[in-house]
Design a protein around this ligand. Structure first.
Ligand code: BG6
Ligand code: MG
Length: 216
């Protein structure tokens, strides 16, 4: 029986995964580092500093700590210009009906996001009341793919991880859910989401009925 549902934010609830991509793309272009959507898949779910390090390594660029900090800041400034305009209209289709069904069924919910921008985003989306707890980048020591973030969410909801469902669009995120011992729903391609227990192309396919029929 499903005792809790833990949501990733970027790319599951709203299309901020696209904004992260665009912000990184802009930074990589400025640095002359090749950057495409395939490489970007590896950055999904990964913290800001770790993502930047992966991009710099990819370009064979070595920089001093201060320069790295400045670039991370610059990327976040690009990102903030995108998210500044977020409204409830930016919820991905199907998410609000799903959150409503989950609430009606009395199933506890959590957000497990690697983003330091998670709180302003959920506030702007006006979905705070649908989430019982929020675990973000500031509350964990180890980012995805480490299971800490999903385990912490389960602990805060007082639910056994084996009875939790995690929903992710990132390879690192699916790994985090599986290592936590949870059932993983992967939103994305069969290749990227290979380790998930149930793969869907789009959040609009999320209904409680469909989830229950795949859950084991
Ligand atoms: C994750 C995104 O949710 O948050 C990553 O999938 C992003 O792409 C990470 O790098 C960190 O986000 P932020 O907002 O703290 O830079
Ligand atoms: Mg995501």
């Amino acid at each position: 029986e499903i005792k809790a549902i833990i949501f990733d934010l970027d790319g599951v609830i709203t299309d901020t995964a696209e904004y992260h991509y665009l912000a990184w793309k802009q930074l990589a272009d400025d640095l002359g580092i090749p950057f495409d959507r395939i490489f970007n898949e590896r950055l999904k779910g990964v913290s800001r500093m770790d993502s930047l390090q992966m991009i710099l390594d990819h370009g064979g660029i070595v920089l001093a700590e201060e320069e790295i900090e400045a670039l991370a800041h610059k990327k976040n400034e690009h990102y903030k210009t995108f998210i500044g305009k977020i409204t409830p209209d930016d919820l991905l289709p199907g998410i609000l009906p799903f959150l409503t069904q989950v609430r009606a069924a009395g199933i506890p919910t959590a957000l497990a996001s690697a983003s330091k921008n998670a709180r302003p985003v959920i506030r702007q989306l006006r979905i705070e009341s649908y989430l019982d707890t929020v675990v973000d980048a500031a509350s964990v020591e180890r980012g995805k793919p480490d299971p800490e973030i999903f385990l912490k969410a389960a602990q805060q909801l007082n639910v056994n991880p084996e009875q939790c469902v995690g929903i992710e669009d990132a390879e690192a995120g699916v790994k985090s859910i599986k290592t936590a011992g949870m059932f993983a729903v992967g939103v994305g391609t069969k290749t990227a989401m290979a380790e998930a227990d149930w793969i869907i192309d789009h959040p609009s396919q999320l209904t409680l009925e469909a989830l229950k029929s795949h859950y084991k």
